[in-house]
Design a protein around this ligand. Sequence first.
Ligand SMILES: C[S@@+](CC[C@H](N)C(=O)[O-])C[C@H]1O[C@@H](n2cnc3c(N)ncnc32)[C@H](O)[C@@H]1O
Length: 272
Amino acid sequence: MRKIKLYRIINADAQKYIKKIPSRSVDLILTDPPYNLSPYSTGNIKFTWRKDFNNDLAGWDKKSFIPANWINEFKRILKPTGNIFAFCSYNLIGKWHAVFDPEFDTFQFMVWHKTNPPPKVRRAGFLNSCELIVCVWNKGHTWNFTKQNEMHNFIETPICMGRERTKNPVHPTQKPVRVLKHIIKIASNPNDLVFDPFMGVGSTGVASVEMRRRFLGVEIDKKYFNKAKMRLKTAQVSSLSDEFEIQVGKNLSVYNKGKIFKREGFRMAKQK
Ligand SMILES: C[S@@+](CC[C@H](N)C(=O)[O-])C[C@H]1O[C@@H](n2cnc3c(N)ncnc32)[C@H](O)[C@@H]1O
């Protein structure tokens, strides 16, 4: 695999693509896999005066995410100094723990508290205002500890809103760049490689390149992938390199200072 200078994003199934990533090449796996909350959903709530209140996240959330299917590849691609941070719903935390805790020195979790969660219209339970983030590493991992009072395993921000929230398409679980930057700052260094196999509309990528990290992202859904492509092109890159790569199927396009090189299979052809 070519060395990534700034970022590479791929429209593919991450379960297949991950096998191409060289061993011990990734500094931080920061990802947000499907939540598999559909079995617990009672369906969307209907109103006469507004559009349905969304309880069913999306079709992609119905396909099982099984942490055991990812442990071997995550371990293989992660550098010995690497970290793993993965957003996780309550129903999957036990599965993450059962599989990842025995394989790493440390298994912790963070809580992201959303200051503006969706209202509970029936008032019959708590608001869903907290999200868990699984954190995993080995001794000697990269760790930029700041002040004691800045190192709580807790972060509080609103959910994505306003200009940050993508439209056409809206992604139902878009993560705020602020939360991602907080993790990237603690768990990686400038020029490190951050990998997100479930990148959605590219929030981890935006946070990474804006923090001067390199980024590798995979998204299976073409419409989310296209939005990630747009967002990354307009991210406030603090100049590591001008080179970025976009791969759809076997076609990899490499961009550098406005020139496009199109690589098909193993052949590189220079294009205008
Ligand atoms: C929880 S969302 C991630 C949202 C992302 N954090 C953001 O801010 O946009 C999970 C994403 O994983 C994608 N996905 C599901 N299975 C995948 C797979 N096998 N390979 C790549 N992407 C996948 C879904 O299409 C969805 O966009």
